[in-house]
Design a protein around this ligand. Structure first.
Ligand code: GLU
Length: 428
């Protein structure tokens, strides 16, 4: 029983039926994508991975690479120098528009193609081979595994990418591109053709949400201020022309790409990625936008929502002996939102014996439980009882009310002591 996977599966089921949108075909090789491919992956700050649907399909990263390479450029040059070359203002124009600042030729932001080409050219290197090697190493560190290039997609874009090449030449003539334009465009095409899965993208997003440290490998990929800056630019410029509406409705820093990938980062909570090739008129993957909207609403993920502190929710996960019986006890405090509930349920799972046993959930210091987490908690408790465990909750608040309709099959007590005593016994 895993409520996070259950939620993802439910959302996946609901939106798999959506048939709107069109698979991008301006890069010929992308037109071969299966429109039914649809996977959702989520990685928590403790590095746990949750998945629904086809999360192992490989696809090219395309524009979802842009924030990560921007973070690399920030690491290399610092924020001020990077800003001299690439702006941070939403352009309001299409992703491949000629959004160059009059006078300086500086592209509007690193999420549009011109800005991304200029950003890639900023990555420190002795020549193009080393530059791309550093880009690939950086994307791999974000993903926590060595990534490679889909040579067919690369060749397909290189053969048809004159528009992007033209952007590079324009920037060069305006004095805002640091390298040879043909080389800059070529390195950018290879960057866009790096092959990933939805799980890779979720780990990458989680690394940004975790302040630049990969929560799965433990490796610090970029410094915290660079991760924060990158998330801020994603929030204002990450969703093509729909960035404003997205921030209003979903409220998470995000980036989408033409192959149907979309990442969103919930700072200090998790990274999520959805892959589904059909795109809406703004260029965002239709099912991914719907799925993330639903997630955000269900778990109150909007960054403007004041969620308070997430510190030390699970304050104890231990086995105690009482009357010759072993009891697993999980103690929590504060407000149970997504991250807290995930940590709590993970701790509870760790203490649940394979055969029917005894469990106490001490929530006496928990102040609030949001409706989404309450539903998850209720489902887990009901499932434990169904599997024969003797389960008691110590709590002053009535969280089941928020958690919909399943009849209560576990015992509730006012104090931890009473809960322990009942669970250690055999009677009612
Ligand atoms: N390689 C693609 C291009 O430059 C990426 C575009 C995107 O994903 O937005 O056209």
């Amino acid at each position: 029983m895993d409520p996070v996977t259950d939620s993802l599966n439910e959302i996946h089921r609901r939106f798999a039926a959506l048939r709107d949108g069109r698979v991008a075909d301006y890069i010929p090789q992308l037109a071969l994508a299966d429109p039914d491919d649809f996977g959702i992956a989520l990685v928590s700050m403790s590095g746990h991975t949750y998945r629904a649907g086809r999360t192992d399909s490989a696809f090219t990263i395309q524009s979802v690479s842009k924030p990560f390479v921007y973070a690399l450029a920030l690491s290399d040059l610092g924020a001020r120098e990077t800003l001299r070359h690439v702006g941070v203002e939403p352009s309001g124009n299409a992703f491949n528009a000629i959004s160059l600042e009059p006078g300086t030729g500086r592209p509007a932001n690193p999420m549009i193609n011109a800005g991304a080409i200029a950003t890639t050219a900023l990555v420190r290197a002795d020549g193009p081979a080393e530059r791309f090697a550093r880009v690939l190493d950086c994307l791999s560190a974000f993903a926590g595994r060595p990534l490679d290039v889909d040579e067919e997609v690369y060749a397909s874009e290189a053969a048809t990418g004159d528009h992007n090449r033209a952007l590079a030449y324009l920037m060069r003539s305006a004095g805002s591109l640091r390298t040879d334009p043909a080389e800059a465009a070529d390195t950018y095409f290879r960057q866009c053709a790096v092959r990933v899965t939805a799980v890779d993208l979720a780990v990458m997003a989680a690394t940004l949400a975790n302040g630049g440290r990969n929560p799965v490998t433990g490796v610090r990929v970029v410094a915290e201020p660079d991760a924060v800056r990158t998330l801020a630019v994603m929030a204002t410029c990450g969703m093509y022309d729909a960035a404003g509406q997205w921030l209003l409705d979903v409220g998470l820093p995000a980036k989408s790409g033409v192959s149907g990938g979309l990442i969103a980062a919930s700072p200090a909570r998790f990274g999520i990625a959805v892959h589904s090739p059909p795109l809406d008129p703004s260029g965002n993957p239709v099912r991914a936008v719907a799925a993330l909207g639903e997630m955000s609403e269900r778990f109150d993920l909007h960054i403007m929502h004041n969620s308070g502190l997430h510190a030390a929710t699970v304050t104890g996960a231990e086995r105690v002996e009482r009357d010759g019986r072993t009891i697993g006890v999980v103690t929590a405090q504060g407000s149970l939102e997504f991250t807290e509930t995930e940590a709590l349920l993970y701790a509870l799972q760790g203490l649940t014996p394979p055969t029917p046993g005894r469990l106490v959930l001490d929530l006496t210091a928990v102040s609030t439980v949001l409706p989404g987490p309450a539903t998850a908690l209720v489902a887990v408790l009901a499932d434990l009882v169904e599997r024969g465990h003797r389960v008691a909750v110590a709590a002053q608040l009535v969280f089941e009310e928020a958690g919909e309709t399943r009849p209560r099959t576990w015992e509730v007590f006012d104090s931890r002591e009473d809960a322990l005593e009942w669970v250690a016994g055999d009677g009612d």
